[in-house]
Design a protein around this ligand. Structure first.
Ligand code: FES
Length: 234
């Protein structure tokens, strides 16, 4: 089976280029398994992974132009297998990209906002079942960036104008968080929530199957509407 991998070492290459490798195929072979085989037996490749099971988000890259998690995406025995870095992010080397423009924003959103410190009783107070049902799925987000890399709106207007699905998940987590006092609806609007066209691509590509992006957006938009923060119809 042939696998083409994009290579790039900025210390000596003018631009990224593709290298083709012959890989010994086995049933249900993943992109990650193919890369490990090449790296171990043929030529060093720079890529990242840890859990091998859609949890850590470190193996995000693209197969045939589609953003994916390499550990759960299958190669094709007889078809095209072109492995490139996660689209939309600066390349560091080979298949490693710099995701800090996304992760730094998510990290700042995730800081819990409180006007005063939590009392012990508040810390120990159980989260009610309905709230837990909203929060728990969002906690499966690995910040892999596959959704953001696949989002047609981010591709068109950039993360500056729409934070993208992974950022919206972070806002949602704090919106549902009973211990957070930040105004997460204003934050969602300011981060371009209404630029999302609700095309559903994020739900299609996300491997954290627990997450339902569309129902989160529905909740955030309903809350914005209630407060008069929705844009006026043209
Ligand atoms: S190796 Fe962790 S998500 Fe793929």
């Amino acid at each position: 089976m042939k696998v083409s991998v994009q290579k790039y070492d900025p210390s000596k290459d003018d631009a990224p280029y593709m290298r083709e490798f012959e890989v010994e195929y086995h049933d249900n072979m993943t992109v990650l398994e193919a890369l490990v085989q090449i790296n171990d037996n043929q030529e060093p490749l720079v890529f990242d992974y840890s859990c091998r099971g859609r949890t850590c988000g470190r193996c995000a890259m693209a197969l045939n132009g589609q953003a994916c998690l390499a550990c759960v995406t299958l190669v094709s025995e007889n078809g095209k297998n072109e492995v490139t870095p996660l689209p939309g992010f600066p390349i560091v080397r080979d298949l490693i990209v710099d995701k800090t423009k996304m992760t730094d924003r998510i990290a700042s959103i995730m800081v819990r906002q409180r006007a005063y410190p939590l009392e012990l009783e508040e810390v120990l107070a159980p989260v009610d079942a309905e709230t837990y049902k909203k929060i728990d799925p969002l906690e499966h987000c690995a910040r892999c960036g596959v959704c953001t890399a696949s989002c047609p709106v981010v591709a068109e207007i950039g993360m500056k104008n729409y934070i993208g699905p992974a950022g919206m998940i972070a806002i949602g987590l704090r919106y549902y968080d009973p211990y957070d006092q930040g105004d997460r609806i204003v934050e969602a609007v300011q981060n371009g929530m209404y630029n999302c066209t609700q095309c559903g691509t994020c739900d299609m590509v996300c491997k954290a199957l627990e997450i339902d992006h569309q129902s989160l957006y529905k909740d955030l938009r309903a809350a914005a509407q209630e407060r008069g923060l929705a844009p006026k119809e043209a």
